[in-house]
Design a protein around this ligand. Structure first.
Ligand SMILES: [Zn+2]
Length: 205
């Protein structure tokens, strides 16, 4: 089901009243009532997306242990406000102003990290830097093949991110403490300020 907002709003990029918004309801097990929210401006090409869960408002931390290749298939739903950490790889993916929401699996997340490390290796100047990059790449490759066990953590102050595993009881889900919330970058979209009215929602199914 896709819901389009009939009324166009002001584009944050070009300032014209041409921004189109749509909400797509997604059917994801263990994570009911989640929408993919998209904003697009046909005039300047501005294009952002995010997930919006009806659990919204409650912070969340999901932790999942990857012990072998088979856990790499678990799905990762990362809203624009989600921070992903893999402590064993020293990796943190924080939300930024241009953060996009995505659904991938853990292997996809590790592949992205590998791409970043390979790019960093190309730009490395000193021998020390090159060696550090090589070590990191080696480790990430092992993680990607299931040889190196690691933990994937997603934290989201609005509870719009989630890890979906084959056996969901292996995903630990908890609320963040006040202090943890303060230390978390939010980034992402503040879409809830633009959809405060239900009146002009047109259901196009
Ligand atoms: Zn625009």
């Amino acid at each position: 089901m896709v819901i389009f907002l009939e009324e166009k709003s002001e584009c944050p990029f070009c300032g014209r009243k041409s921004l189109e918004s749509s909400f797509t309801s997604l059917n994801i097990p263990y994570f009911s009532e989640i929408f993919l929210v998209k904003f697009q401006c046909p005039l300047c090409g501005y294009n952002v997306s995010d997930f919006l869960s009806t659990r919204y408002g409650k912070s969340i931390r999901c932790t999942y242990a990857v012990k072998s290749e088979k856990e790499l298939a678990a799905r990762v739903i990362r809203a624009a406000t989600g921070t992903i950490r893999i402590p064993e790889l020293g990796t943190i993916i924080e939300p930024g102003p241009a953060s996009q929401a995505f659904i991938t699996n853990i292997e996809g997340v590790v592949t992205n990290i590998l791409d970043v490390a390979v790019t960093a290796r190309k730009w490395a100047e000193s021998e020390d830097e090159k060696r550090n990059c090589d070590l990191a790449i080696e480790k990430i490759k092992k993680a990607k093949s299931g040889e190196l066990p690691f933990t994937l953590i997603i934290e989201d102050p609005f509870g719009n991110s989630m890890i979906i595993a084959k056996d969901q009881s292996n995903v630990s889900v908890e609320e963040l403490t006040e202090e943890e919330l303060r230390n978390l970058r939010t980034g992402g979209l503040m879409f809830f300020t633009t959809c405060d009215s239900d009146e002009n929602i047109e259901n196009t199914d």
